[in-house]
Design a protein around this ligand. Structure first.
Ligand code: FAD
Length: 421
């Protein structure tokens, strides 16, 4: 994987794996969080010595996968080459981080290379646990089982929704934290709308099967979505999570979460699965992670400064971090300046006192409720609503759909990843 050349693409100047053993800043992950933080650091401090460890040659704007699943965009619209988003001046180590030793300030990569750092930003996202549901790995993409939680699979979802001829349709949400908590139902609302247009809805029963106790946790949006559930005749199965798929029998097994609950075995014709998710192994197996409690395995950071409580030179951003808010790209947009600002403060010899940058838990979930309709849920810690617009955001609106479809992708590629938003 490693090369010793310097890649020059147009204006961009990115050194690939030129083999240095120490950097002022090492960022693990060149996804939404890693690239945004790198760009912001370089904007604040030109020439800063930053290495990004990222194995993938592709970068994905994952929020589009819901629209890909609905057949609104081809999947390719969500993908760009990693080199095209890597900020000028960083060294890209095209490898996977496999171990972090925060006491010795070293990251080890898949090839055994050891990279030292003064500051570490941990941004590897989360791991989709396809093996966490029995039968899922072998079945996804076939026999009516599909998922938008993967670049290739998202397109299969669209195919299955468009070819569906009616029957029992299930949309699941697991018992683990997930990225974009609204996505499991967004694809359901699109399916409902599509099947009404295709005139198969009257011979279809839709069930939203979730480990949660409610359809959405934020007051105001919860009630609005409950009304929609009623109006569009959606069945619900709360406090149950999918544990097994029996493809031959076309059966889905849901285990109860409540102690007095019962296992439900349901027949399906279409099963859209949101798989369980977990922190990457190299994080959960390290001293960077919470050792116990509800957040066990996820990266331990101060929920406001995003600094590790035991290692002041280590920061976390994005899905990997144990933060009591929704894991979204929108949250990353607010976290990145906090990480960059606080890292520079510490680099300049400061501590994170009252003048530290603070993250308020902001996250946003654009809940697509149909083709051309969307409820924009924005909230912070404690599910506190944090609306951007001066109108009732709990209502379905075309303008918010237009924002998601046409406004947010260029904002992401042209501003956020460049450290300008
Ligand atoms: P990612 O962007 O996933 O990046 C992680 C990077 O780390 C990847 O490039 C990966 O290759 C790399 N990596 C992994 N392991 C290692 C390792 N060991 N070493 C080095 N690098 C590693 N967000 C919204 O704001 N709005 C939405 O509407 C929305 N909808 C979504 C719909 C779907 C279907 C999905 C899947 C996501 C959605 N999101 C949405 C969530 C959003 O995409 C994520 O929250 C965001 O990408 C998190 O950024 P991140 O940097 O933490 O992780």
């Amino acid at each position: 994987m490693e090369t010793t050349r310097t890649e020059i693409t147009g204006e961009s100047h990115v050194g690939i794996g030129v083999g240095r053993t120490h950097h002022e800043v090492v960022i693990i992950g060149g996804g939404t969080g890693g690239i945004t933080v790198a760009s912001q650091l370089l904007r604040a401090r030109e020439g800063m010595d930053i290495a990004v460890i990222e194995p993938s040659t592709e970068h994905y704007y994952q929020p589009l996968w819901t629209l890909v699943g609905g057949g609104i965009y081809p999947k390719e619209r969500s993908r760009r080459s990693e080199i095209s988003v890597m900020p000028d001046g960083v060294e890209w180590i095209r490898e996977r981080a496999t171990h972090v030793d925060p006491d010795r300030q070293i990251v080890e990569t898949g090839s055994g290379r050891k990279v030292g750092y003064d500051f570490l930003v941990v941004a590897p996202g989360l791991t989709i646990d396809w093996g966490g549901v029995k039968g899922l790995k072998e079945t996804v993409g076939r026999n009516g089982v599909c998922s938008i939680y993967d670049y290739e699979q998202a397109e299969v979802v669209s195919q299955m929704l468009h070819e569906f001829e009616g029957g029992e349709a299930y949309f699941t949400s697991p018992a683990t934290p997930i990225k974009c908590g609204g996505a499991p139902q967004k694809i359901m609302w699109l399916a409902d709308d599509l099947w009404r247009r295709r005139k198969v809805r009257d011979r279809t029963e839709i069930t939203f099967a979730t480990a949660g106790t409610v359809i959405f946790g934020v007051p105001g949006f919860k009630e609005a979505l409950e009304e929609l559930v009623e109006e569009r005749e959606i069945h619900t199965l709360f406090e149950h999570h999918l544990v097994e798929i029996r493809p031959e029998q076309r059966e889905a097994v849901f285990a109860p979460l409540a102690p007095d609950g019962e296992t439900e075995v349901r027949s399906y014709d279409l099963l859209h699965v949101t798989p369980p998710m977990k922190a990457p192994d190299f994080v959960s197996g390290s001293t960077l992670a919470h050792a116990e409690g509800e957040s066990k395995g996820w990266m331990n950071v101060d929920i406001h400064t995003l600094q590790h409580p035991d290692y002041p030179n280590v920061f976390g951003v994005g899905d990997v971090a144990a933060l009591p808010t929704a894991k979204t790209g929108a949250a990353v947009r607010k976290q990145a300046p906090v990480v960059a600002g606080n890292l520079l403060r510490v680099a300049d010899g400061g501590t994170l006192g009252d003048d530290a940058s603070r993250y308020d838990g902001y996250s946003s979930c654009p809940i697509v409720t149909g083709y051309g309709r969307l409820i924009l849920a924005e909230f912070g810690y404690d599910n506190e609503p944090m609306p951007t617009f001066p109108f009732d955001q709990t209502k379905e609106r075309r303008s918010m759909y237009i924002l998601k479809k046409y406004g947010l992708p260029p904002l992401y590629w042209n501003l956020m990843l460049k450290g300008r938003a």
